[in-house]
Write a protein that binds this ligand. Sequence first.
Ligand SMILES: Cc1cc2nc3c(=O)[nH]c(=O)nc-3n(C[C@H](O)[C@H](O)[C@H](O)COP(=O)(O)OP(=O)(O)OC[C@H]3O[C@@H](n4cnc5c(N)ncnc54)[C@H](O)[C@@H]3O)c2cc1C
Length: 314
Amino acid sequence: MFVMMNAARLGVGNQSLGLTEVAYQNALAYAKDRLQMRSLSGVKAKDKPADPIIVHPDVRKMLLTAKAYAEGGRALAIFCTLLLDKELHHPDPKVRSDSGELVALLTPIVKAFLSDNGHIATNACMQVFGGHGFIKEWGMEQFVRDNRINMIYEGTNTIQSLDLLGRKVLGDNGAALKKFGNLVAALILEEGVNEKMAEFINPLAWLAGQMTKFTTEIGFKGFQNPDEVGAAAVDYLRVAGHMAFGYCWARMAQVALREIAAAEKDVRQADAFYLAKLQTARFYFARLFPETAMLMRTARSGAASLMDTAAALA
Ligand SMILES: Cc1cc2nc3c(=O)[nH]c(=O)nc-3n(C[C@H](O)[C@H](O)[C@H](O)COP(=O)(O)OP(=O)(O)OC[C@H]3O[C@@H](n4cnc5c(N)ncnc54)[C@H](O)[C@@H]3O)c2cc1C
């Protein structure tokens, strides 16, 4: 049964990825077309009665949030697909078993992190449409609704987080997490001295450094009181999701920087695709990744604020 369920969970994550992307494409087109007020830094569309809303910082933030979640999700989904191929077909049995362990670790992350991000992204893209987002004919509210079910079925996202923290991480004493950590460590070692990569590698290295201590702390508390695991699990999955996305985004930035440098060397214009990747990577690390600090803090706050609440939930 779990062979089918795991495939369905990866499928649900991919469905949210598609919804994130289509919502983004619609919102981007709308933001370039819709005129409303003037840019704070001076008129941009002199020939028009107002500027298109894409000039406004917060509209750009909503668009970039969806773009960063779509492209980070696509990279992680493809990474999992490669691991699945290796698990099934690689000639070396050790590579087959390592790849299988990594896919098992990443499956609840793909299901829950991509569908939670899809919720954030489709809502942000609906918001870009202002009042029109609420109107059925534009189709934006349907993307939000279609994504909403992905957080519920094939095991709710809370159940995914319990699977990740309880079974996949604490249940094997962190062995699979360590395997993923080794991939992150190899990238940090490779790029740690490259100044151009510092804005991507430094936050990733910070989180990788925190992850073992953070996990061990929850594990110890969980021995004494299993509710501690339930109280931390949802936040934990989001932190782990950002570690996986951070790894993917750092690798994308690495390739983009390499391609941009190659273009500069040949005195040709860099491909817009790589410039866009680099700018989106910068946005991701500056604006989305830092929520990991808050999530670790809330996870560490413990179960008491949830469980010692008999009067509040009477
Ligand atoms: C449109 C749709 C299509 C579906 N299609 C199928 C299908 O084809 N096949 C199929 O088998 N099922 C299907 N389902 C069922 C779906 O998988 C379940 O609804 C889903 O897994 C949640 O289970 P539940 O509804 O029993 O919620 P519950 O288990 O009652 O959960 C209610 C809430 O409690 C939380 N919760 C429950 N247990 C715990 C726990 N131990 N710790 C912390 N929180 C917990 C949940 O996270 C959730 O927030 C479908 C559901 C919908 C809405």
